[in-house]
Write a protein that binds this ligand. Structure first.
Ligand code: PLP
Length: 570
């Protein structure tokens, strides 16, 4: 029974995201951006924020990763059945792509909170009889295909998404674009507003854009110009036609190409970066805009391991609804924090043995690193000087890695192979494990189960980072480059440790590898390894501080309350 209509009575925030990661069963995400979207929606449901989310069905997912003996990556489509989780709505809409009518349908998934809150999520789908063979595949592959494929996806997401909301009778009070992929929705909104009286072209255009600006909120996630989606005008013109007059479009986004980030910025009344530093970096990339910074978070209940859920329930009841209560972590006895952690560690090690055959040692300091294998994240920084690493860490360290490289990112794939190579070189001295197919399920086991969470990006390219927040919540201290959220969460020796110099750069600095690695080794050798093995009380206090001074704040409940008060209700 389709009773989506119950969601249409109240004015809602429409949250648009190319990817949304809600659970591993619904593989419509690739990494941090999608999981942030999923966590945001879950917090909105918990807090009863009237929201409706819109994304693509991605019938073949992102991809499933298989790794050869030498770490060579193979990518396979993920086949899944939307009908097992979602309800197909009986309303369709149309967009025009290259002059062809493309029909769009939507699957409804309900994110239900124990508080009684509920957020509907629409998954857009073009796999409909009547669409051309090519068009039926538009919503298949997340981040797959060429530039034209990407533009068709963004037409479906932005324009199709706005249209289906209208067709279903939703009443939207704000449109929130999570990254620039959805920003074509602003053109659809521009088409809808018409100045009531005939003025000069200029006055009318400026009145109309103001109406759209009032309705839109934009969050940018990318700290480099090259990372923003851009399409040549001739392609846009050919595929999209002339939705708004070309002169107005050029005024909004420049003369040469359609930059999706610029489009969103020019038509949003509130623009946000994902951490304080990223706000400044974006301000530098886009002078003339006012860029705010509401730092990202994680959905606490989703990312706490069962061991910590039990512990928090016992000592800090209602923490899941009010993660700020984690500030009172010192009420929890040290032994119980340690026990919960050892539970999570044993659970991970069991999984590692099952999947890789390697048996890790429960008493050895275990460092985790897992994220997308993009080269700027420098997954191999810890191997920069193998001799040094061995001399300080042989017999005292274990390393656990995971992560996918985008199938077309050759340097990213090579990075994975390099780690496999180092794994062989270090055999018998430092055990290195690489877990295949990093996804939400692997992250849920891996992050809470290591002792220290490592992040080594090139400053300032880690816009926020969220896996470190998942670690902190589970009492796993961060050991990271001062970038993204960690600039705000880090108190040296109290919540964890920094690597390298403070974050002063606002342009990428690729030339610090040796210094950063040197600092990493120095701190491991003189501070972290000694504390772990000889001062357990101090170590447990750092674990607690990660919870009480990081996790209490860096969560999507805090983030959502800020979005509501600072961006949505303005
Ligand atoms: C949390 C998470 C990410 C994001 O991690 P970053 O530290 O922000 O790179 C990516 N992938 C998965 C599966 C995650 O759970």
């Amino acid at each position: 029974m389709s009773n989506w209509k119950k969601f249409t009575s109240e004015a809602r925030i429409a949250y648009f995201s190319m990817e949304i990661g809600l659970s591993d069963d619904i593989p419509t995400y690739s990494g941090g951006l999608g999981i942030l979207a999923g966590d945001t929606i879950k917090s909105a449901a918990d807090l009863k924020v009237p929201m409706i989310a819109v994304t693509l069905i991605s019938r073949k997912g992102y991809f499933r990763q298989k790794l050869g003996q030498d770490g060579s990556q193979q990518a396979f489509p993920v086949n899944w059945q939307p009908e097992a989780f979602m309800e197909l709505l009986p309303v369709k809409t149309l967009v025009t792509i290259e002059g062809r009518d493309v029909k769009i349908q939507a699957w409804l998934f309900r994110v239900k909170s124990p508080t009684g809150g509920e957020v509907p999520v629409l998954f857009l789908d073009t796999d409909i009889p009547g669409n051309s063979g090519q068009d039926r595949h538009i919503t298949d592959m997340l981040y797959g295909g060429d530039l034209e494929y990407r533009l068709s996806q963004e037409i479906v997401l932005g324009i199709g998404g706005a249209r289906i909301l209208e067709a279903l009778g939703f009443n939207i009070r704000k449109y929130h674009m999570n990254e620039g992929h959805a920003s074509l929705l602003t053109l659809e909104l521009l088409e809808r507003v018409r100045h009531p009286v005939e003025d000069t072209w200029d006055e009318r255009a400026s009145w109309e854009t103001r109406q759209v600006i009032e309705q839109c909120v934009f969050t940018t996630h990318t700290p480099v110009a090259a990372g923003h989606d851009r399409f040549p005008y001739d392609m846009v013109h050919r595929m999209l036609g002339e939705m708004v007059p070309q002169p107005l479009l050029m005024e909004l986004v420049g003369q040469n190409e359609l930059n999706m980030t610029l489009l969103a910025m020019n038509l949003s009344g509130y623009v946000n970066g994902v951490a304080k530093k990223h706000g400044q970096v974006s301000q530098n990339l886009f002078p003339g805009f006012e860029i705010h910074a509401i730092t990202n978070g994680i959905h606490s209940f989703t990312w706490a391991s069962p061991y910590f859920v039990r512990l928090f329930d016992k000592y800090l009841p209602s923490w899941a609804h009010e993660p700020e209560l984690l500030v009172r972590v010192d009420h929890i006895p040290a032994e119980e924090v340690l026990d919960a952690h050892l539970g999570a560690k044993a659970y991970l090690f069991h999984y590692i043995e099952e999947t890789t055959g390697t048996r890790l040692d429960l008493d050895t300091l275990t460092i985790g690193f897992a994220r997308r294998f993009a080269t700027y994240k420098r997954g191999n920084l810890i191997f920069n000087d193998l001799q040094r690493l061995c001399s300080l860490g042989a017999g005292k360290l274990q390393l656990v890695f995971a992560g996918k490289a985008h199938p077309r990112d050759e340097p990213g794939k090579e990075l994975i192979q390099k780690i496999f190579h180092h794994k062989e070189e270090l055999k018998g001295r430092i055990e290195v494990v690489y877990l295949e197919n990093y996804n939400m399920d692997v992250a849920f086991r891996l992050i809470p189960g290591v002792d220290l969470w490592l992040n080594t990006p090139v400053r300032p390219l880690e816009a926020s980072g969220t896996s470190g927040m998942k670690a902190a919540l589970n009492g796993v201290p961060n050991f990271s480059i001062l970038d993204g959220w960690w600039i705000e969460g880090h108190i040296e020796g109290v919540t964890g440790w920094s690597i390298g110099p403070p974050a002063t750069e606002i342009v990428p600095d690729f030339n610090h590898t040796a210094e950063d690695a040197g600092d990493l080794y120095d701190k491991l050798e003189s501070i972290i390894i000694p504390m772990y093995y000889t001062d357990q009380a101090a170590w447990i206090q750092v674990m607690k501080n990660a919870i009480g001074k990081n996790a209490y704040y860096f969560n999507t409940h805090v983030m959502m309350r800020r979005y509501v008060t600072e961006a949505y209700i303005r």
